[in-house]
Design a protein around this ligand. Structure first.
Ligand code: MRU
Length: 334
C-alpha cells in the first residue's frame, strides 16, 4: 500500500460467494500479511487472536462473517459464536444482531447489509474527524489503536489527526505503547508514520509524567462500549491516562461512533471486561519475562468514569456533560 494512504484492514473480495480478506494485525509492523476467510470459524478465530481488532472493525468483520455463515451448515451456531467472540465491544454483538434481523440466508441480501455497516462506519469516522479537528490543541496523547486499523474509515481517536493532515496541518502524536500487546507501538505508530504524522511512542507508565510536563494539549482515545451515563470501557490503561489528564487539567476526549454506545447498559459497572491469557503478560513472543509459576492478571479493558471525560465525540456531535441526557438524545433512548 502506498505511503500516505490509510491501510485497509479488511475487504470483501468478489460477489456474494466471495471471501473476507483481513490484514493480519498481529504481524505488523514487521510484515503485511493478508488472511483469506471463507468460513465464519476463521473470522471468529481472527477476532479472538486480535488479527482483526478495534471495536468498530470487529463488528464489520463479524457482519461479513454472517455472509460466510449463510453458505455453511450450522448458521445459528456459527453466528452465535461470532457474536460472542469478544465480550466488551458492543459493536460486535450489535452488528451480528443487525444482520440476523434481516431474517434471511440470501447471500446477496446479507452482503449488501454487511457493506452498509462497513460504509456507515467509514462515514461516521469521517464525521468524527471533522468534529474532532477544532478540539485539537498542541500535541495529542492517545492510547491503544483507534485509527484506520480499528475501523472502516480513518479511525475514531485518530480521525481528527487525519483531518488535520488532510488540511495540511501536521500534528504531533504521542502514542502509549499499550501493554501487553503493543497496539500503540505496533499499530498506531505504524499507521501514523505511514500517513506522514509526527509520532512518538512512550511506555504506558510514562503517560502521567508526559501529561504533567505540559508537552501535551489534549488526549484522544476510542471506546469499546459507552454506557448510558457516559462511563467508557476502553483498552486497559485508559483509566490511568484519564486520571493523569484530569490531574494535569488536560482535556480527555473519547471519540466513538454511535454503534459503540450502549444505552441499555446503565453504568460502566455492568460492562463485561474481557480477561485474556496470562501468557500475554508473562512473556514476549517465546521469551519469558516473568519467573516460571508466577500468575498474571490480564484484563483487556478498563472503565473510565464519566466524570473524567471532557467530551464524547460521535458522528452526531460533541456531547458534553451531563452525558446521560446527551447520550439519550443521540441514541433516541430515554
Ligand atoms: O483489544 P483491542 O486492540 O481490540 O482494543 C481496541 C481498543 O481498545 C480501541 O481503543 C477501541 O476498540 C476503539 S477502536 C476505534
Amino acid at each position: 500500500m502506498p505511503r500516505g494512504q490509510h491501510p485497509t484492514p479488511l475487504r470483501w473480495m468478489g460477489g456474494p460467494d466471495g471471501r473476507l480478506q483481513l490484514l493480519d494485525q498481529t504481524e505488523l509492523p514487521g510484515r503485511v500479511v493478508r488472511l483469506d476467510c471463507r468460513h465464519p470459524r476463521e473470522v471468529r478465530a481472527a477476532i479472538r487472536r486480535l488479527a482483526v481488532r478495534g471495536a468498530p472493525l470487529i463488528g464489520i468483520a463479524a457482519a461479513y462473517g454472517v455472509v460466510l455463515a449463510a453458505r455453511h451448515p450450522g448458521f445459528v451456531r456459527e453466528t452465535t459464536r461470532l457474536a460472542s467472540a469478544r465480550p466488551t465491544a458492543v459493536n460486535l454483538a450489535a452488528a451480528v444482531a443487525r444482520m440476523l434481523a434481516l431474517d434471511t440466508r440470501d447471500s446477496a441480501l446479507l452482503l449488501a447489509e454487511a457493506r452498509a455497516i462497513h460504509r456507515e462506519d467509514e462515514e461516521a469516522c469521517r464525521a468524527i474527524g471533522r468534529l474532532s479537528f477544532p478540539l485539537l490543541r498542541g500535541a495529542v496523547l492517545t492510547h491503544c489503536n483507534a485509527g484506520a486499523l480499528a475501523t472502516g474509515g480513518p479511525g475514531t481517536a485518530l480521525a481528527g489527526v487525519y483531518e488535520a493532515l488532510r488540511r495540511g496541518r501536521r500534528v504531533r502524536v504521542f502514542a502509549d505503547e499499550t501493554r501487553p500487546l503493543l497496539q500503540g507501538a505496533r499499530l498506531t505508530a505504524w499507521e501514523l508514520d505511514r500517513a506522514g504524522a509526527d509520532v512518538t511512542v512512550l511506555v504506558d507508565g510514562a503517560a502521567a509524567a508526559l501529561l504533567a510536563s505540559g508537552r501535551v494539549g489534549c488526549v484522544f482515545t476510542g471506546a469499546d462500549r459507552i454506557a448510558a451515563n457516559g462511563d467508557v470501557a476502553n483498552k486497559i490503561g485508559t483509566r490511568a491516562v484519564a486520571l493523569a489528564a484530569h490531574d494535569a487539567g488536560i482535556p480527555f476526549y473519547v471519540a466513538a461512533p454511535l454503534t459503540t454506545f450502549d444505552p441499555k447498559t446503565r453504568t460502566g459497572a455492568s460492562i463485561r471486561i474481557e480477561e485474556r491469557a496470562e501468557t500475554e503478560v508473562l512473556g514476549a513472543g517465546t521469551r519469558a519475562t516473568a519467573p516460571k509459576g508466577v500468575r498474571a492478571w490480564n484484563p483487556a479493558f478498563d472503565v473510565t468514569p464519566a466524570r473524567l471525560v471532557t467530551a464524547l465525540i460521535c458522528e452526531r456531535g460533541v456531547l458534553r456533560p451531563p452525558f446521560g441526557s446527551a447520550i439519550a438524545a443521540v441514541t433516541g433512548r430515554r
